[in-house]
Design a protein around this ligand. Structure first.
Ligand code: ADP
Ligand code: MG
Length: 302
């Protein structure tokens, strides 16, 4: 059997695993800073993991360790069982399976046309012209940019949201098994945000790609992620199913400087005052449903 990425599905279990990982910036300088403290974590294939935490909690440091962009100062990062710090062919291949979309990725666009920019990665993999074109088309389709309309345009003449999408397409074109996105909606307007998250969700549902999404917006994460990791001062403060964490870990969230989604606040308020609503919901639309049903049961609506 082969998966979406044309790879044989073996018996071994696919995951990114961090073992006793710590990261220190500016070691042995006056600015020495311990950004991550003894992180133990496994992200399994098929998960959609949301990472949230206050500014400076270590989110960007953590995700840059996942594809070997940063080396941990202590501990080991394994991708599909391979230690990323090795200088072997396997380690290079493993790193390539982890696609990383940085914060403000549009600053890394540089080719003259949108299509050339997206083709850059696949070309470096030594794929044929036809294969590269196929991947560019697929990636543009994924981010909702029409190949005929936008392929030959300059990326620098697009809107901010469109440039962001070109940058994401460049990573998608490399068909990573793990897709890491660091604040992909930062600086976008609500329409741009909805588009980006809609496409990430669609890609996840269609291909089963593993997603790690860093965001400071709990509402976005709650709607998409099936696992939530809260970082606080370089440590994992909570790790679990988002709706469970919202229900049981309010103090931990508060200490970490993050909040439950607004809809959860509303539902918990109503529940405390005796309305029989389900507080463990993912979206505003689920929230309005449970309120409506509770009101109906009480004879307040028809
Ligand atoms: P987040 O993405 O959650 O805002 P970061 O991982 O970027 O957090 O940063 C974690 C901590 O490490 C912060 O205190 C930050 O100031 C520090 N830091 C990040 N990058 C560097 C760097 N290149 N040199 C020194 N300190 C850094
Ligand atoms: Mg960051």
């Amino acid at each position: 059997a082969a998966n979406h990425y044309g790879e044989r599905i073996g018996r071994c279990f696919m995951s990114i695993r961090l073992e006793n990982v710590s990261h220190v910036y500016g070691r042995k300088t006056p600015n020495e800073h311990l950004a991550l403290k003894n992180i133990n974590l496994e992200i399994k294939e098929g998960e959609f993991v949301g990472i949230i935490g206050h500014t400076g909690s270590g989110k960007s440091t953590l995700v840059q360790l996942l594809n070997g962009l940063l080396q941990p100062t202590e501990g080991t990062v394994y991708v599909d069982g391979t230690d990323l710090s090795c200088k072997s062919k396997e380690a290079v291949a493993a790193r390539r399976r982890v696609g990383m979309v940085f914060q403000y990725p549009e600053y890394q666009l540089f080719e003259e046309t949108v299509a050339d920019d997206i083709a850059f990665g696949p070309k470096n993999y030594g794929l044929s012209e036809a294969e590269v074109t196929e991947r560019v088309k697929e990636a543009m389709d994924f981010v909702g940019l029409d190949y005929e309309t936008y392929g030959k345009r300059s990326p620098f003449r697009l809107s901010g949201g469109q440039m962001r999408r070109v940058a994401i397409a460049g990573i998608i074109a490399m068909r990573p098994r793990y897709l890491i996105l660091d604040e992909p909606s930062a600086g976008l307007d609500p329409v741009g945000r909805r588009e980006i998250f809609g496409q990430i969700e669609r890609r996840y549902k269609e291909t089963g790609i593993t997603v790690v999404l860093v965001s400071h917006n709990m509402e976005d994460i709650a709607a998409l992620a099936n696992r939530l990791i809260i970082l606080n001062r370089g440590e994992i403060a909570a790790d679990g199913v988002p709706t469970e964490i919202f229900a049981t870990e309010r103090d931990v969230l508060q200490a970490a400087g993050v909040d439950v989604p607004p809809v959860t606040h509303v539902l918990q308020y109503l529940k405390e005052r005796g309305l029989d609503v389900e507080t463990r919901v993912k979206t505003v639309s689920d929230g309005t449903d449970t309120i409506y049903r509770a009101l109906r049961r009480n004879g307040h609506a028809d």
